[in-house]
Design a protein around this ligand. Structure first.
Ligand code: CMP
Length: 138
């Protein structure tokens, strides 16, 4: 069990002005910010980040959406970070997300689902390193 996970506030939530509310919910749930940046992914970088989904029918749509506007990327620290963060954000499809979860509150659809959360300790480390050098994290 690792104590770090990686998240992005996606272009839909950033554009809707939900970044502050989402970060507040994350901190209120006991996650500590250990790295954070506001940036924008090129289509090439979004494709690289989501390369694991390359064969999926929604890959093109996902890459287009994730490069459509600014995102907030962050590394978060808490005991049991990966699993607890996935509970906090709720199901991938907001229609199936529990009441009070970030996706239930702020996501529009399965494609535009407000936030990303790593699905394993291994991917949390890979995704964190995709965005942040050692110098950029505490
Ligand atoms: P995320 O947790 O960032 O990881 C992969 C993303 O693919 C997922 O969130 C969704 O935003 C997206 N995704 C999953 N299923 C679909 C789908 N059926 N149509 C469009 N996008 C999807």
């Amino acid at each position: 069990m690792s104590n770090r996970t990686f998240t992005m506030i996606k272009p839909d939530a950033y554009a809707s002005g939900y970044s502050g509310a989402i970060l507040q919910k994350i901190e209120s749930a006991g996650f500590k910010l250990v790295a954070m940046k506001l940036t924008r992914l090129s289509a090439e970088k979004a494709g690289e980040f989501y390369a694991v989904h390359k064969e999926r029918p929604f890959y093109g749509e996902l890459v287009e959406f994730m490069s459509s506007g600014p995102i907030v990327a962050a590394i978060l620290e808490k005991d049991n970070a990966v699993a607890d963060f996935r509970t906090l954000i709720g199901a991938t499809n907001p229609a199936n997300a529990e009441e009070g979860t970030i996706r239930k509150m702020y996501a529009k659809s399965v494609g535009e689902n407000a936030v990303h959360g790593s699905d394993s300790d291994e991917n949390a480390a890979i995704e964190g390193s995709f965005f942040f050098s050692a110098f950029e994290r505490i």
